[in-house]
Design a binder for this molecule. Structure first.
Ligand code: SF4
Length: 134
């Protein structure tokens, strides 16, 4: 089965930004919150200047900084529904080799698994077993 549009999947349609707002918010997050790296990679030791800068900002070691990705940030959403909604915004140069899209609810734009920014927040893993114990 190919990718369905949001309406076809009968999901609740919530508003996300327009393509223009997405670009403006991406640029603003790069400028004001050190979103990067601009050419991400999951190969070890790549983008050293970016990750050493983030390590300094977060006051952690470089190896720890490299684990703090949009992919595991509190504000990152990559549910199937959101991936479908983000499909309404055309791909651009920031999508290339960035590890896949997720929506940043802090800054309202499409960010990517392999990037990060200095507003990154730890997202706790909660298993089904943990939920049942509550
Ligand atoms: S707030 Fe989190 S999800 Fe948003 S750009 Fe920063 S690290 Fe990525």
């Amino acid at each position: 089965m190919g990718l369905m549009k949001a309406e076809e999947a009968d999901i609740e349609v919530v508003c996300i930004v327009s393509a223009e707002e997405n670009k403006a918010n991406t640029d603003s997050t790069i400028k004001n919150w050190n979103l990067g790296p601009l050419k991400p990679s999951d190969e070890p030791e790549t983008n050293k200047p970016f990750w050493t800068k983030m390590a300094d900002i977060w006051k952690v070691g470089e190896s720890v900084a490299r684990t703090q990705l949009c992919a595991n940030c509190e504000y990152f959403e990559n549910t199937p529904e959101m991936i479908m909604l983000m499909g309404t915004i055309p791909r651009n140069e920031f999508d290339t080799d960035a590890g896949g899209r997720g929506y940043c609810h802090r800054f309202d734009f499409i960010c990517h698994n392999l990037r990060s920014c200095q507003a990154w927040e730890y997202r706790e893993y909660v298993s089904e077993d943990d939920k049942e114990e509550d």
